[in-house]
Design a protein around this ligand. Structure first.
Ligand code: FAD
Length: 457
């Protein structure tokens, strides 16, 4: 069976690994680069914490010992579904099954002024450009006498208050605090301003109210100036213009405000949804086609590396004739702020919107012995469960190592576990993960280390 995989990102690479050296499959893996890019570490490259080579993995090395994976460095241009054919910048290939894993690119919403001057961060090359621009601005600042021109060089504007914008603003704030004053002792970094502009009324707008509030608090702690309801209308390389007339002077604007799927020509327009994503069924297959799969960001939100990887596994299993499907209910997410924010399943807002009768159990880290001894008591564990059955529907953790702990609640959702299961699970003491058991006990009104307050709707 001849499989063509278009894109060697998190989804495509996982799929190719799954089918690697599997009898009966001939695989062609196509990407415009000959290496896989580890996007979650672009911030570190952009803020000079890591070299590009640390986050780039040569595809030929990954498949050095493969007997059935061929790699092609080429641009995917067009799919001809009726003929099972795909056209790239270098050749035409036929397939028995095609998997589109081309990810997403920056969306400037057709604003040419913005695309001409703002810097995106969707590839290693762009992360390096950003790093060079940050450093060049400070090199230039050293000899600028004019106060306004100096301030323009010192200001950095990030546009987009989603996870990327929030995390990136925090990474730049850390750079301002710990790195730049050492490298440029002649500059006064108290003058450096980091702005985060968000078009809606809050950051992390698609997440829970609490996550939004937490991220706003984090940005304040990091001295990032957050401007909400700030719709960027234009940027000429010097001045950012907002729709309400406000302006900000800055010679560096980073665009993290929108992405759109990389759809090749030949895909029926009726299959394309908002955000330029392709509509798929739960087997990751394009509706109405027998042999074209779409995985990862191109198949729509949540736009997460592990979601793309999971869909790569689902597609590999479906192509192999196994029964496998993608289930969004157990898909965790994490925001790497300080402390971290992590969530899985339904939020309280989701449960209300779906008219589900639910119960809440909450445990604050201020009551955890481990958190107290680590002097890290900010945050909580919150569990949402169905009132009638006790089945765990969602979890939300704010606190140190939240991104690690969320996996226990993810497992509970995956297994269809109840709050009682979590409460009965013995956790080692003293650990932060005990807080999950305590939150479950709080749901049942049996909390030992805090006052039992039952919340339900
Ligand atoms: C700055 C940043 C930080 C992030 N942090 C996190 C995080 O902490 N955790 C998390 O879970 N997710 C994070 N993400 C999101 C995550 O990286 C994406 O969800 C994930 O990469 C999607 O995987 P994918 O396989 O769909 O696409 P990608 O990984 O984007 O891969 C797509 C591949 O297709 C190739 N390609 C595209 N178009 C063409 C074409 N026409 N021809 C040939 N090749 C093409 C690209 O070169 C790329 O290799 C972050 C993203 C960014 C930008």
């Amino acid at each position: 069976m001849k499989i063509v995989i278009a894109g060697a990102g998190f989804g495509g690479l996982k799929l190719a690994r799954k089918l690697n050296n599997k009898k009966g499959f001939e695989i062609v893996l196509i990407d415009r680069f000959n290496h896989h890019q580890f996007q979650p570490l672009f911030y570190q490259v952009a803020t000079a914490g890591l070299d590009a080579s640390n986050i780039s993995f040569p595809l030929r090395k990954v498949f050095q010992k493969s007997r059935n994976v061929k790699i092609r460095m080429a641009e995917v241009l067009q799919v001809i579904p009726d003929e099972n054919r795909i056209i790239t910048s270098t050749e035409e290939l036929t397939y028995d099954a095609l998997v589109l894993a081309l990810g997403a690119d920056t969306n400037f919403f057709n604003n040419e002024q913005l695309s001409g001057h703002a810097i995106p961060m969707k590839s290693t090359i762009e992360a390096l450009q950003l790093r060079n621009r940050i450093l060049r601005n400070f090199e230039e600042a050293l000899t600028i006498q004019d106060e306004n021109a100096l301030q323009q060089r010192m200001n950095i504007v990030v546009v987009g208050g989603g996870p990327t914008g929030v995390e990136l603003s925090g990474a730049i704030a850390e750079m301002k605090k710990y790195v730049l004053p050492k490298d440029y002792p002649e500059l006064d970094f108290s003058k450096m301003k980091i702005y985060l502009l968000e078009g809606s009324g809050k950051t992390l707008a698609s997440m829970s109210e609490r996550s939004s509030a937490q991220s706003a608090g984090y940005l304040e702690k990091m001295s990032v100036e957050l401007l909400t309801d700030a719709l960027v209308q234009g940027y000429d390389g010097k001045t950012v213009r907002l729709a309400d007339g406000r302006t900000i002077e800055s010679s560096l604007v980073i665009w993290a405000a929108g992405i759109k799927g990389n759809i090749p020509a030949g895909i029926d327009k009726s299959l394309i949804a908002r955000g330029n994503r392709i509509i798929v069924d739960r087997y990751c297959k394009i509706q109405g086609t027998g042999n074209i799969y779409v995985i990862g960001d191109l198949a729509g939100p949540p736009l997460l590396a592990h979601k793309a990887s999971k869909e790569g596994i689902v597609a590999a299993e479906a192509i192999s004739g196994l029964s496998s499907e993608y289930d969004v209910r157990g898909m965790p997410g994490a925001i790497f702020t300080d402390p971290e924010i992590a969530m899985v399943g339904l939020t309280e807002e989701d449960a209300k919107a779906k008219n589900i009768e639910y119960e809440i159990g909450k445990f604050p880290f201020a009551a955890s012995g481990r958190a107290l001894s680590a002097l890290s008591t900010e945050g909580f564990v919150k569990l949402i469960s169905e009132k009638s059955t006790g089945i765990v529907l969602g979890g939300h953790i704010i606190g140190e190592h939240a991104s690690e702990m969320i996996s226990e609640i993810t497992l509970a959702i995956e297994m269809g576990a109840t709050i009682e299961d979590l409460a009965l699970t013995v956790h080692p003491h003293p650990t932060l993960s005990e807080s999950i058991m305590e939150a479950a006990e709080a749901t049942l009104g049996k909390a030992i280390h805090m006052v039992n307050k039952k919340t339900h709707q």
